[in-house]
Design a protein around this ligand. Structure first.
Ligand code: NDP
Ligand code: 8X3
Length: 251
C-alpha cells in the first residue's frame, strides 16, 4: 500500500527533490507551488516513478486558496502520512535599517503564516486519523542570527517555535514533528533572495561545496522512515565546509 505525502513548494530545490525521493519510495504525492508549468512537469516525472499525483497550484500566503486546494481532500488523499512544510525562502540581505518592507511582509507571510495556514487546514484530519508526520523546513537561520539576515532569521526562529508548539499540541494524536535546519543548500534560494541577481546568487556558494536539494531530501526520507516509536525532533544539517551561520572554510 502506497503512503501519502504533501510537499509544499515542490516546484524547485528541496521540495522538488523531496517529492521525487518519496515517489521513488512508495509514496503518492500532493504537490504544491505557484508555478503551474513546473508542477505539471514534476507530476509527469513522479508518475513515471509509479506515483499517483494530486497537483495543487496556489499561494500559501492566501488562506482561502489553501482551504480550497487542501481543505477537502477525500478518500485516500485524506490519509496523510507525511506533510513537508517546505514552501518558503528569503528576500533581500541587508542591514535592518535598510530593509525593504515588502520583502519583510513576504518573508513573514510565506515562511510563518503560509506554514501555519497549511498546517491549520491539514492537521485536524491528521489528528482524526491519529497518524502523521510533519516535517517543517526551518534553517540554521532559525537557530542563529547572522549579519543582514535579520527578518529571515526571525521568520525561521518562528518556524522553530511553531514546530515545538505543534509537537506539544498534537502529542495526544501520535503526530511526529521534525524541524529540519539546513545550512547552505544550492537551489533557487539565493536567486530569489537577491531578486534574480545570478552573480550574487552564485557568489553565495563560491569556494566551498554547498548541500544540494537531494541531500536534504535523503535526510527527510530518513526521518520519515524511522519506526513509529522514534521521532527526530530537530535536525541541523550543514555542508562540511560550514561550521555555523557565520563560519565557512572557503578555497
Ligand atoms: P527554492 O527557492 O528553490 O524553492 C522554494 C519553493 O517554495 C518553491 O517551490 C516555491 O514555489 C515555493 N514557494 C515560495 N513562496 C511560495 C508561496 N508564496 N506560495 C507557494 N509556494 C511558494 O528554495 P529551497 O528549496 O532552498 O527552499 C525550500 C525551503 O528550505 C524554504 O523554506 C527555505 O527557507 C528553506 N531553507 C533553504 C536553505 C537553502 O540554503 N537553500 C537552507 C535552509 C532552509 P513557487 O515559486 O512555484 O511558488
Ligand atoms: C538558508 C540558510 O544561512 O542562507 O536558510 O540563511 S541561510
Amino acid at each position: 500500500m502506497r503512503k501519502i505525502a504533501v510537499v509544499t513548494g515542490a516546484t524547485s530545490g528541496i521540495g522538488r527533490a523531496t517529492a521525487l525521493k518519496l515517489a521513488s519510495n512508495n509514496y503518492d504525492l500532493i504537490i504544491t507551488g505557484r508555478r503551474e508549468e513546473r508542477l505539471i512537469e514534476l507530476e509527469k516525472e513522479l508518475q513515471q516513478l509509479g506515483a499517483s499525483v494530486l497537483r495543487c497550484c496556489f499561494d500559501v500566503r492566501d488562506f482561502e486558496q489553501v482551504k480550497t486546494h487542501l481543505g477537502e481532500l477525500s478518500g485516500r488523499w485524506a490519509e496523510i502520512d507525511v506533510l513537508v512544510n517546505n514552501a518558503g525562502g528569503a528576500l533581500g540581505k541587508e542591514p535592518i535599517q535598510d530593509g525593504d518592507i515588502e520583502d519583510w511582509d513576504t518573508m513573514i507571510d510565506t515562511n510563518i503564516k503560509g506554514l501555519l495556514y497549511v498546517t491549520k487546514v491539514l492537521l485536524p484530519q491528521m489528528c482524526k486519523n491519529k497518524k502523521g508526520h510533519i516535517v517543517n523546513l526551518c534553517s540554521i537561520a532559525g537557530k542563529q542570527v547572522y549579519a543582514e539576515g535579520n527578518v529571515y532569521c526571525a521568520a525561521k526562529h518562528a518556524v522553530d517555535a511553531i514546530s515545538k508548539g505543534i509537537r506539544i499540541d498534537a502529542l495526544p494524536y501520535g503526530i511526529k514533528v521534525t524541524n529540519v535546519c539546513p545550512g547552505a543548500v544550492e537551489t533557487e534560494f539565493s536567486i530569489v533572495r537577491f531578486h534574480g541577481d545570478l552573480d550574487k546568487a552564485a557568489a553565495t556558494y563560491k569556494g566551498f561545496q554547498p548541500l544540494t536539494g537531494e541531500d536534504i531530501a535523503e535526510t527527510i526520507y530518513y526521518c520519515v522512515s524511522l519506526p513509529a516509536h522514534v521521532c527526530i525532533n530537530d535536525l541541523t544539517i550543514m555542508p562540511t565546509a560550514q561550521a555555523d551561520s557565520g563560519h565557512f572554510f572557503k578555497n
